[in-house]
Design a protein around this ligand. Structure first.
Ligand code: ADP
Length: 706
């Protein structure tokens, strides 16, 4: 039996999607989070880069300051040791100025703050306010201070009076000579110059650099590479003596754009792809589930169908191994499916005596020469009982059209065979009784026909004998008259003896015919109560057999209940079979819609002396019939049976001789059927008649007294 593995279903359809939805949400969240994180990291990285670069620039400025400071201290030291006269110092200052454009001027002061020399033609403004404390401490003090403050000091940047918006930063480098304060060099920077000269171009290209104080006041700014974005900024204090200046860098770079990021793009595409493929998968799963459902239903339907079949089904693979059997087959051979499925020949349901035949069939099967119309063989049940089967084989092909085996349908035809045998026996019996009836009828006709000639022969021979005997007696009385014919007496004696023998033979022939007639007539005594409905029922299989062969439909109308009649069952069967056979034969060439044979049985009250339905019975000539036929019935209750056809009908000429023995319009007809029918019906005290069917064809009707 076909088994079907039901797919495992989740307890709740809703929850089935929870896990994948959660996982997908997690995945999508991660995908969104990742680029954001990447953006953040990039921002951080840029910020860190800016800080590092700013630090580097700050170091560079610091370094340049220190270098300048060192250089000027060196010059200062030389001036202190008188190695360098102020004029030479000025030269050196000028050369420094040339190579360091960030320096506006360099002034050399004496320890009383009086100017000694200067690179500028203008006096340094606000010099008095510049470094008063140190000058004051140092001036007029003969005792050299133990710790002279030698640190460079810078002052708050001041606006340049000659140049607009230009701030200057002045730094004082104290000079010490013989451990005494000997004056100072004041170097004045352009703050913008510091940015221009000390900040490398590549850095200035990407960043806006400015110098500001703690109050955010801008002293100098350099923006070589366009406007800053205020996204990445960094403030770095410039470690200048005494002054707090802040180096502020502001990057030209804007925040990293999320969508321009390839990663983000790919992530978004990936997410869309994922969601799309999930939806497609979901749709596909739904489709599959629906298909599975339909398949399950179909399998259930097919299994129910196979289980309800009475035809055995069997599938075999290319080696002849049984791969499938349906319940009907198992029931037929009385073997459970699990015992035979998977087995190779010989099969347990093979009858040993037919092994060779099976083998031969199987070889034919392999060679593909098995007849498609099926074949008969025998199988053996588990109980050992043999039964005939009709097998139809067909090829089993897979979806690619490749043969994978054979499918056979097996019909247990034991019942059919039994029915066929029964029908055959019945037919034989009927044929025998038909032959007997025909013989009886012929015997009866012969008896009638030969009776008179035989009687005539007998009386003629008796007459002849009498004549001979009287002439013999005359001769004996007058011996003279017969003297001329002396040998006449022996001749007469011979003639007399021959005539007596002929007479005896004629008598004997008459006796024989009578005894045959009597023998046939003896059957007539077997009357019994017969139900017409049951009788019709019993002959129907035979009628149907004939009707099927001629594609004729049969309709019965049997009024219930029909009373019993006292009758000879065999004779009545014969009548019905004859009438129906004639009707079917008459419709041989009728169109299908007219090929209908109707049989009607009902009770009738025959109060008339004549069967009114009869149209032409009076035409019937029975000149030589002893059973003189008549269409008259005595009043009383009858059962009327009508056999109605829509065939070619009966012409007047045919009707005139219809009941004559040996009258037939059929090439192989004997012409005794209707004659026998009439005799049989009349024997039962009934009447057989016929008339035209108003719808075309003929109605044969007989009445039987109840
Ligand atoms: P048979 O059938 O051997 O010819 P029957 O005595 O049964 O002998 O019939 C005699 C003839 O009557 C048939 O040959 C046929 O011409 C005619 N006949 C009998 N029944 C019918 C019928 N139902 N319709 C037309 N003709 C019929």
């Amino acid at each position: 039996m076909m088994t079907f593995v039901k797919s495992k279903t989740w307890p709740n359809q809703k929850w089935r999607w929870l896990l994948p939805i959660l996982l997908v949400s997690l995945f999508v969240t991660t995908l969104i989070w990742l680029p954001l994180q990447a953006q953040k990291m990039e921002t951080n990285e840029r910020q860190e880069q800016l800080i590092a670069d700013t630090l580097w620039v700050e170091q560079a400025i610091q370094f340049q300051f220190l270098r300048n400071d060192d250089l000027l201290r060196q010059i200062g030291a030389e001036i202190g040791t008188k190695k360098l006269v102020p004029l030479a110092a000025l030269d050196r200052f000028n050369s420094i100025l040339k190579s360091n454009h960030e320096i506006q001027r360099i002034d050399l002061f004496a320890n009383n703050n009086a100017i000694i020399t200067s690179t500028s033609g203008y006096p340094l403004p606000n010099t008095d306010n510049l470094f008063p404390k140190r000058a004051h401490i140092s001036a007029g003090n003969s005792i050299p201070p133990v710790n002279i403050d030698q640190k460079t000091r810078c002052m708050q940047p001041l606006l340049d009076q000659n140049k607009k918006n230009t701030y200057l930063l002045s730094c004082q480098i104290p000079l010490v000579s013989d451990r005494q304060y000997a004056g100072s060099i004041i170097v004045t920077y352009y703050l913008s110059g510091i940015l221009e000269e000390m900040v490398p171009w590549w850095f200035a290209q990407d960043n806006e650099i400015s110098l500001i104080d703690l109050d955010e006041k801008v002293y100098a700014k350099r923006a070589a590479g366009g406007s800053s974005k205020n996204v990445y900024t960094h403030n770095r204090p410039l470690d200048l003596p005494n002054v707090t200046l802040i180096l502020r860098t502001n990057s030209n770079k804007s925040e990293p754009k999320l969508l321009s990021n390839l990663l983000v793009l790919s992530v978004i595409l990936l997410s869309f792809g994922l969601i799309w493929s999930l939806l497609a998968l979901w749709r596909d799963i739904n489709r599959r589930l629906a298909a599975e459902d339909a398949l399950r239903q179909q399998v259930a339907f097919r299994t129910a169908m196979e289980n309800s079949l009475i035809t055995g089904l069997r599938a075999r693979d290319m080696e002849g191994r049984l791969t499938y059997v349906n319940p009907a087959f198992c029931k037929m051979v009385e073997h459970p499916a699990e015992d035979i499925v998977g087995r190779l020949p010989p099969m347990p349901y093979w009858a040993p005596e037919a092994f060779e035949e099976y083998r031969h069939r199987f070889t034919q099967l392999l060679a593909g020469t098995v007849p498609s119309e099926g074949f008969e063989t025998i199988y053996q049940r588990a109980s050992g009982e043999r039964f005939p089967v009709l097998i139809y084989e067909s090829r089993l092909v897979d979806e690619n059209g490749v043969q994978t085996g054979w499918m056979s349908s097996i019909l247990d035809i034991s019942e059919l065979k039994r029915a066929q045998e029964l029908t055959r026996q019945q037919q034989e019996m009927l044929h025998a009784s038909a032959r007997l009836a025909t013989m009886g009828e012929i015997a009866s006709i012969l008896a009638h026909e030969l009776n008179q000639p035989l009687a005539a022969i007998s009386s003629y021979t008796t007459g002849a004998i009498n004549l001979l005997q009287s002439s013999q007696e005359n001769n004996q009385d007058n011996p003279q008259t017969n003297s001329t014919t002396p040998d006449q007496t022996p001749l007469q004696s011979l003639l007399l003896s021959a005539l007596e023998k002929a007479n005896a033979q004629a008598q004997r022939a008459g006796h024989i015919i009578h005894s045959v007639h009597d023998f046939v007539k003896k059957r007539e005594s077997s009357r019994e109560p017969v139900s017409i409905a049951a009788l019709l029922q019993s002959v129907m299989p035979l009628v149907e057999l004939q009707a099927q062969a001629s594609y004729v439909n049969i309709q019965y109308t049997i009024a219930e209940p029909l009373p019993m009649v006292q009758a000879d069952r065999i004779l009545l069967e014969q009548v019905i079979l004859n009438l129906t056979r004639n009707a079917i034969e008459a419709m041989e060439h009728s169109p299908p819609e007219r090929s209908i044979l109707r049989i009607v049985a009902r009770t009738e009250h025959g109060n008339d002396k004549q069967d009114v339905s009869t149209t032409d019975v009076t035409n019937h000539v029975t000149s030589h019939s002893t059973n003189h036929s008549t269409n008259h019935v005595t009043p009383g209750h009858y059962i009327a049976v009508e056999v109605i056809d829509q065939g070619h009908g009966i012409s007047a000429e045919v009707a005139a001789q219809l009941f004559s023995p040996f009258f037939s319009t059929k090439p192989s007809g004997m012409g005794m059927g209707l004659k026998i029918c009439r005799t049989a019906i009349e024997f039962h005290g009934g009447v057989l008649s016929h008339h035209d069917n108003p719808a075309g064809g003929t109605i044969f009707r007989f009445l039987l007294p109840i």
